[in-house]
Design a protein around this ligand. Structure first.
Ligand code: FAD
Length: 473
């Protein structure tokens, strides 16, 4: 007899496990099917390990700069084995935490690969799930009332770029490098490519970024993308935009080579290793979509605002549905989906209120429309911009590059977007996120008192600068 559940979650990544916890708190009987490890990409191959490595790179760079702070040290040396061990111990700690949360929520974790078989006599709507068990035992059959597909995504490559996991890597392999190369080519100047470029440059590696589009970080406000270009160049990163990668990777004695068309010329780039960061594809293969009426467009599962697919008892959330491929988006979507299953009436998510962060040095954080998007949508805008150069705490930190930029609707003072580049901005963006949710005006942001000396004063100043009322600039 197949096991019965109110909800079976396919995939125990950030989206899946958070949804499972909320569902269990709502009184649903829940199981998670996970083929690898609870925590998914974010915990094992994404957010957490990459930020742990970025932090080691930051400490290495800052130690080199210690003399500027009146601290004399010997020339620092890097023990990359220790760097990797530190990263792994953070991941392991959090992994144990997620496993503990599953126990606490009485959520059954079934270790194996889940597949939707189609309607069953018990649950014609959500259908039966067959799990190919990791331990080799006979397939387990589950009959849930609802299914949540949260199978995430995997790195993509370009046709000629054959990823071998060693000379040519994606972020999956790069995170587990045993030693650092002396040089690297990064194909793709988006969020992941720039985080890696920043980290590897801070570790002292020669980095070349090849970006197909005219700008790195193409989805950010253009002022942010220009400032990041400047900051990367300052670190010694070679950034080549409008670069169309032409060739297959060529193996060289000491690494790899690749050709790209730049300004009408064919240029050859060589390095010891290559990292391909050109986007991520949804994990939809073999999960049984062909046994359902679920729609897929451009490789991503299609849903409505409650994350229901065309099969109303099968929901899908997170990277597998595309859009903003971020951990906090996946988990928020998961919560909305299970609230809907439980017949509550969740607020739909508004992408204009979702903060996005880049953890490079300097950091980037944004919420809402860019200036270019706002103008394209027909808004007449007013813009307040304030540099960290004029903020006392930034001088104290020794990190004065960057700015806060606030975009408002000229007609009614509505806050349209907030964009920041500089020190610790990823920890400051939530104020702007809250302002967006509460529909605050820049004037109201400025009314909220920003303590002195803090980096957040830059937000208050930028809010005042929208009407030319900034104090320190
Ligand atoms: P995933 O986390 O990918 O989880 C999907 C899970 O499903 C996996 O565990 C997988 O094993 C499992 N699975 C797949 N198919 C099946 C199946 N058929 N049966 C059973 N299990 C299955 N986002 C941020 O917000 N902040 C960051 O700083 C950040 N940094 C990142 C850095 C890197 C290098 C990368 C690659 C990504 C980063 N992201 C970041 C993105 C973030 O990791 C993803 O958006 C997030 O993990 C998506 O969550 P998810 O639950 O949709 O999928």
């Amino acid at each position: 007899m197949a096991e019965e559940y109110d909800l079976v979650v396919l995939g125990g990544g950030t989206g899946g496990y958070v949804a499972a916890i909320r569902a269990s708190k709502l009184g649903l009987k829940v199981a998670i099917v996970e083929k690898q490890e609870l925590g998914g990409t974010c915990l094992h191959r994404g957010c957490i390990p990459s930020k742990a490595l970025l932090r080691s790179a930051e400490v290495f760079r800052q130690t080199k700069e210690a003399e500027d702070y009146g601290v004399t040290t010997n020339e620092p040396t890097l023990n990359f084995t220790k760097v990797q061990e530190r990263k792994q111990s953070i991941v392991d700690t959090l992994h144990k935490g997620v496993q503990g949360l599953m126990k606490k929520g009485k959520i059954d974790v079934i270790e194996g690969f889940g597949r939707i078989l189609g309607p069953s006599i018990f649950s014609p709507t959500a259908g039966t799930i067959s799990v190919e068990m990791n331990n080799g035992e006979e397939n387990e059959m589950i009959v849930p009332k609802n299914v949540l597909i949260a199978t995430g995504s995997s790195p993509k490559s370009l046709p000629g770029l054959k990823v071998d996991g060693d000379l040519v890597m994606t972020s999956d392999e790069a995170l587990n490098m045993k030693e650092l190369p002396s040089s690297i080519i990064i194909v793709g100047g988006g969020v992941i490519g720039i985080e890696w470029a920043s980290m590897l440059a801070d570790f002292g590696i020669k980095v070349t970024v090849l970006e197909y589009l005219p700008h790195i970080l193409p989805t950010e406000d253009q002022d942010i993308s220009k400032e990041m270009l400047k900051q990367m160049k300052k670190k010694g990163v070679e950034i080549v935009t409008d670069a169309k990668v032409l060739s297959e990777t060529l193996q060289k004695d000491n690494g790899v080579a690749i050709q790209a068309e730049v300004d009408g010329e064919t240029v050859t780039y060589e390095a010891e290793r290559m990292l391909v960061s050109v986007g991520r594809a949804a994990n939809i293969n073999n999960i049984g979509l062909e046994n359902t009426d679920i729609e897929v467009e451009n490789g991503f599962i299609q849903t409505n605002a409650n994350y229901q697919t065309k099969e109303s008892h099968i929901y899908a959330i997170g990277d597998v549905i595309g859009g903003m491929q971020l951990a906090h988006v996946a988990s928020h979507e998961g919560i909305i989906a299970v609230e809907h299953m439980a017949n509550n009436h969740p607020h739909p998510m508004n992408s204009d209120q979702v903060p996005t962060c880049i953890y490079s040095n300097p950091e980037v954080a944004s919420v809402g429309l860019t200036e270019q998007q706002a103008k394209k949508q027909g808004y007449e805008v007013k813009v307040g911009k304030f540099p960290f150069q004029a903020i006392g705490k930034a001088l104290v930190f020794g990190e004065t590059d960057g700015f806060v930029k606030i975009i408002a609707n000229k007609e009614n003072d509505d806050l349209l977007g907030v964009h920041m580049i500089g020190p610790h901005v990823t920890d400051m963006i939530s104020e702007a996120g809250l302002a967006k949710v509460l529909d605050a005006t820049p004037w109201e942001i400025a009314e909220s008192i920003h303590p002195h000396p803090t980096l957040s004063e830059a937000i208050g100043e930028a809010a005042m600068a929208v009407d030319g009322n900034q104090i320190h600039g």
